[in-house]
Design a protein around this ligand. Sequence first.
Ligand SMILES: *Cc1c(COP(=O)(O)O)cnc(C)c1O
Length: 384
Amino acid sequence: MNGGALAAGGVLTIDLAAIVANWRLLQTRVAPAECAAVVKADAYGLGVAQVAPALYRAGCRTFFVATVDEGITLRRVLGPPLAAPTHPTDAATDAATIYLLSSWIVGSEDDILAHRLQPVLNSLGDIDAWSAAAGRVGRRLPAAIQLDTGMSRLGLPPEELATVADSSDRLRGVRPTAIVSHLACADEPAHPLNASQLIHFREALSRLPPARTSFANSAGIFLGPAYHGHLVRPGIALYGGAPRPDQPNPMRPVVRLDGRILQVREIDEGTTVGYGAIHQSAGRERIATVAVGYADGLLRSLGNRGTGYVGDTPVPLVGRVSMDLITFNVSELPEAQVRPGTFIELLGPHASVDAMAHDAGTIAYEILTALGRRYHRIYIASDQ
Ligand SMILES: *Cc1c(COP(=O)(O)O)cnc(C)c1O
């Protein structure tokens, strides 16, 4: 994939022990509810093949991905059971449950069954397709059912819920293992939609057969126990993102990204830097060119806005972000500290994912899922 740490332009270090510690913190916080892990989009860009087994070893038994392909990959990563269990219920107790949040079901039924995945049924069409598959295999099939309580994105809208509630026959092929809904504004605790969605969710639950409930993402967990239900679904908080933008981040940082300095030059007052000449030096400046660019997921909106660190000293990103390169004003630092071959911290203990997201005009989710494929990746093992 790349030439290894010696030659890499960027080194991405992912702390699996921190991910596990974050999961444990949330599991403790929500007990007796169960804490699942959302590992869609390759575990938010951090590598599902490393992240999911670490969480499984720590005791996590329920995982959420988006698509059928992600579910198949995750089942392979976590290992069997691929064979049908001898007991007619779900699976052996040590087997992970894998839910597909937003998969297209029609045509994928055999793949979903063969890999013992559970779809989240988001519409009457999904319910009917899954029931038809149940008819073909001659047993009720486990699945989650999602209700739209105010996000207008996925899940049964109120009129489809009414259809299901009024005709229990409609669910005859489905064994609901969780009733799910998703909060639109959980990261804004004072937003009235939170309480309104909770009311709609509870009302809907009273009209459906009893099942476990799952409502909260990372931010939802911090809205309090009323939002926890039986199964919470954090993603970003596991990966170190702040679950509550208005409060100090209780999660351990997970990601460190160091960019290698290729060249350092002194420029005279009035000299411009990079494409479009959007930075012009105010005096004599020392400029360090670093081998990371937007092709590596360093968003172009960080031009003239980002901040790196050399030790404890912040260094401003100046000029545009190029495909493979960025430039920093390192004039504040002694020459010996910014030599070609050494590294500038782009993410890490000083430069949080949330701070970079703020500078880039986006959210931590986009920073993580954009992380590129050219980095040399190092995984810090979890200790169990
Ligand atoms: C992505 C996702 C989550 C996880 O959300 P975070 O904000 O990352 O904790 C939970 N539920 C659903 C339905 C999602 O799509």
